[in-house]
Ligand binder design. Structure first.
Ligand code: K1U
Ligand code: ZN
Length: 171
């Protein structure tokens, strides 16, 4: 397993729409293993493949609180098939926008359909942090970032800060 480098704002890759997984190959299995390793190393509770530069619809999530009982789930081609009317606000972070947080309102509960690494199609109902994380990661697959849910003023500010930092790092 390999920890792969994270793609950081304002990298244009983060705006790509990821391609569906059409077959479960060794490449996909290795990608999923590396994503889990990268997610734990960061550390984070979720990761979308585009955050390591791979435009495939693959997500890993582990929202379990116990650090000694790791329980990652791999979601292939995840899609939201139902969302609750009730909303919840969570102070979200993103491994591609380090050390920046912002309050985002999203449906409180969702039902997600996805394919497992065994090729089985399953549905999962989620609430709390898992529901928020699933929506955040599925946004990544569509080139959407949590800052897109904030005001234009906040988004412009964070974009400016990260663009400046990227220019400084490149100099
Ligand atoms: O997609 C990502 O960038 C991962 C992101 C997922 C996420 C977190 C919170 C709300 C929505 C989506 C993160 O994991 S940010 C880091 C984080 O939240 C965390 C890190 C260590 C322990 C607990 C949480
Ligand atoms: Zn993110």
């Amino acid at each position: 397993m390999t920890v792969r480098p994270l793609v950081i704002l304002p990298d244009a890759q983060l705006r790509r729409i990821s391609e569906p997984v059409s077959a479960i190959t060794d490449e996909i299995r290795t990608l999923a293993r590396d994503m889990i390793e990268t997610m734990y190393d960061a550390p984070g509770v979720g990761l979308a493949a585009i955050q390591i530069g791979v435009a495939k619809r693959v997500v890993t999530i582990d929202t379990s609180k116990d650090e000694n009982a790791k329980n990652p789930t791999v979601y292939l081609n995840p899609e939201i098939v139902w969302s609750s009317e009730e909303k919840r606000i969570y102070d979200e972070g993103c491994l591609s926008i380090p050390e920046f947080y912002g309050e985002v309102e999203r449906p409180d509960r969702v039902r997600v359909r996805y394919m497992t690494l065994d090729g089985e199609t399953v549905e999962q109902e989620a609430d709390g942090l898992l529901a928020t994380c699933l929506q955040h990661e599925i946004d990544h697959l569509n080139g959407v970032l949590f800052i897109d849910h904030l005001s234009k003023l906040k988004r412009d500010r964070v974009m400016k800060k990260f663009t400046k930092a990227a220019k400084r790092d490149a100099a």
